[in-house]
Design a binder for this molecule. Structure first.
Ligand code: F6R
Length: 367
């Protein structure tokens, strides 16, 4: 049942190229120039009227939503807010008929996410669900549904469901952009070509799992570490940190790299591991100076960089791991893979129950 892997989590990490291909299949036209989402009931006219988006979810699904915010805002230029589902309905969110609420849920049964969906509909918004389970409560009640085709996810720590949610956001963001004309045809074709290269690029990363394993073994001796990034890399830092806490029980925090010096830098001491994401080249120099701030206090830094920047980044970090090149907006679908492997191998080194971490359940049906 684990297909030759020691754990479901490792199997599911390795299923990501397939999950990406399955989630994209049939949704990109044969000429590679447009997205087709015939499952959507929202009409192009209705989509054109949407002037505000709320993305609501819990945990890892929320982290996919943070990437989704970046994707929609940069492709469509409509303002997007993301909310923790358990907070959403208690803050009297401003919802109008021109608001699109996007709920993200692997299981489609998370109580808080379902309650947020109902509240949004009660206030007159249209709800789009991104979920992995056909026939789930969220899928049944939402006005529109985009199914991720990650296949069943057994490990409590979400991997392939999360990354397929990113693909769903790329597809929906591109579809929306093409519908309202906020991106020209060439840009759309360029985005879609880059998306179609992602599965093979993930395979390339997975082939280097051993490199990550040795980093994971060295961090497993530490009781605290930091993930830092800027822009879309900050969203990935949060996901990397959650995954590590969840299955290795090592405390970690994700920080927007520029925010460290406003207090948290006090916690960096000799040997503190810092995982720094440097996939956004327009923010590269800024990241390097933030890395230097941590190194001056003794941090041991692993840099996640784009291929081609290894030599340059090696001057500022202790170790680095390179991911294949893609468009800046699509990097999360690649940069999350080494972080998943890092938490898997750290949990393994500490002999924890990788697939069934303490205190956690796969589906959270209480509020
Ligand atoms: C973390 C994890 C949880 C879930 C969260 C939402 O690896 O799995 O944080 O992402 O409980 O679950 P769904 O997506 O089923 O609503």
């Amino acid at each position: 049942e684990k297909g030759g892997y020691d754990h479901f989590m490792l199997k599911e990490i390795h299923e990501q190229p397939k999950a990406y291909r399955d989630t994209m299949r049939g949704r990109i036209s044969e000429d590679g120039r447009s997205v087709q989402l015939p499952e959507l009931k929202i009409t192009p006219e209705q989509l054109k009227k949407i002037n505000r988006v709320h993305i609501v979810a819990c945990g890892t699904a929320l982290h996919a939503g943070l990437v989704g915010k970046n994707v929609i805002e940069s492709l469509v230029r409509v303002p997007v807010e993301t909310d923790v589902a358990s907070e959403y309905r208690y803050r009297s969110p401003i919802i109008t008929p021109e608001t699109l609420v996007i709920v993200v849920s692997q299981s489609g049964e998370t109580a808080d996410t379902l309650a947020a969906l109902r509240e949004a509909q009660r206030c007159g918004a249209r709800v789009l669900a991104i979920t992995n389970v056909v026939g789930s409560s969220v899928a049944r009640e939402a006005d529109d549904v985009i199914i991720t085709l990650a296949g069943p996810e057994i490990a409590v720590a979400s991997t392939k469901a999360y990354s397929s949610q990113l693909i769903a956001f790329f597809l929906f963001g591109t579809y929306w952009a093409q519908t309202v004309g906020s991106q020209d045809e060439e840009n759309v074709a360029y985005l879609l070509a880059a998306m179609q290269s992602l599965p093979e690029q993930v395979e390339h990363i997975l082939a280097q799992a051993e490199t990550i394993k040795s980093v994971a073994e060295s961090i497993s001796h530490h009781s605290s570490l930091f993930f830092i990034g800027r822009g879309i890399d900050y969203a990935i830092a949060m996901e990397g940190s959650l995954k590590l806490k969840e299955i290795s029980y090592i405390h970690s925090e994700a920080y927007a790299a520029g925010e460290l010096k406003h207090g948290t830098l006090a916690l960096i001491e000799e040997g503190t591991p810092v995982i720094a994401l440097l996939t956004q080249e327009d923010l590269y120099e800024k990241m390097i100076s933030n890395i230097k701030e941590t190194k001056a206090r003794g941090a041991n830094v692993l840099g996640i960089v784009n291929e081609g920047n290894e030599v340059e980044v090696a001057k500022s970090v202790d170790r680095h791991f390179a991911i294949p090149r893609t468009l800046p907006l699509l990097t999360p679908a690649l940069s999350v893979i080494p972080l998943q492997l890092l938490s898997y191998y750290a949990s393994l080194a500490l002999r924890h129950d990788v697939d069934k971490p303490r205190n956690l359940a796969k589906s959270v049906t209480v509020e």
